[in-house]
Design a protein around this ligand. Structure first.
Ligand code: BTN
Length: 265
């Protein structure tokens, strides 16, 4: 797979010597965080054919069977304060929509904040993790982990209502090397334009975001409140209006958002 991915990359792709493909890892994010703490450079990418401990947000697991998905983590070392990266997960989601559309001809939506969906079911999850320099309080590194359901033809009954693969949606298998290649190109564009293109990333995210304009449930621990999603702000927070007319900007770190009638809507 590595040779195929490399052969599709343009000569100017600068991170070719930082791409590592494994048959199996517990979690590409876990392994990359270890390498990052040992000094791995900006642009290091790990891909595993299978993960035995794939992780999602909020302590959830991410099923990562062999041969049918892409499990990829990318290390970035932006020189900035953590507050300047509030839009990072949104930018990654927008970049991954571009990659899926380019490689598979399918235009996914985004369930705020980090799930790519099609026809209300999840195609891709994103887990971004940040490490901060203790002394300077600036960003040491970011690991962006992306899991894409590519060629599954069915899911276990417990998740069949909420999970989908690109193959199930288009009716044909997607070439995983081609998709991985598109993901790398888009991540390179993102790394180069993360700060300068902030407004454009947020606009692209909003254009894909299917949560906006929908009734939602805002879940904080055991508390669930119904609200209406009106938009996102410049920090990528979801702007919601409650039935009593009050408004709030909710942050992805503190709440989970669910559609009123199920996973998405
Ligand atoms: C989510 O759905 O909440 C996020 C899922 C993120 C899964 C990817 S797969 C590659 C990387 N390694 C992990 O352990 N998680 C991310």
């Amino acid at each position: 797979m590595k040779e195929q991915i490399l052969s599709f990359l343009p000569p100017e792709y600068p991170w070719k010597d930082r791409l590592f493909v494994f048959p199996e890892l517990d979690s590409t994010n876990n392994r990359l965080k270890v390498l990052a703490s040992q000094g791995a450079p900006h642009g290091t990418v790990l891909i595993a054919d299978r993960q035995t401990g794939g992780r999602g947000r909020m302590g959830r697991s991410f099923l990562s069977p062999p041969g049918v998905g892409i499990y990829m983590s990318i290390l970035l070392r932006p020189e900035c304060a953590p507050q300047e990266l509030m839009h990072l997960t949104c930018a990654v989601a927008a970049a991954m929509c571009r990659a899926v559309e380019c490689a598979a001809g399918l235009r996914p939506g985004i369930k705020w904040t980090n799930d790519l969906v099609y026809d209300r079911r999840k195609l891709c999850g994103i887990l971004t993790e940040l490490s901060i320099e203790a002394e300077t309080r600036t960003v040491d590194y970011v690991v962006a982990g992306i899991g894409v359901n590519c060629n599954q033809t069915a899911f276990a009954p417990e998740i069949a209502d909420v999970a989908a693969s690109i193959c199930m949606e288009t009716g044909r298998p997607v070439d995983r090397s081609l998709l991985a290649n598109a993901m790398l190109r888009q991540m390179l564009a993102l790394a180069r334009e993360l700060q300068s293109g902030r407004a454009a990333w947020l606009a692209e995210f909003a254009a894909h975001c299917i949560t906006i304009g929908q009734p939602v449930q805002i879940i904080r621990g055991d508390t669930v409140r119904e609200a209406f999603a009106e938009g996102i702000d410049g920090e990528a927070a979801l702007l919601v209006r409650y039935p009593d007319g009050t408004r709030e900007a909710v942050n992805s770190g503190e709440v989970s958002v669910r559609g009123l009638y199920g996973y998405v809507t």
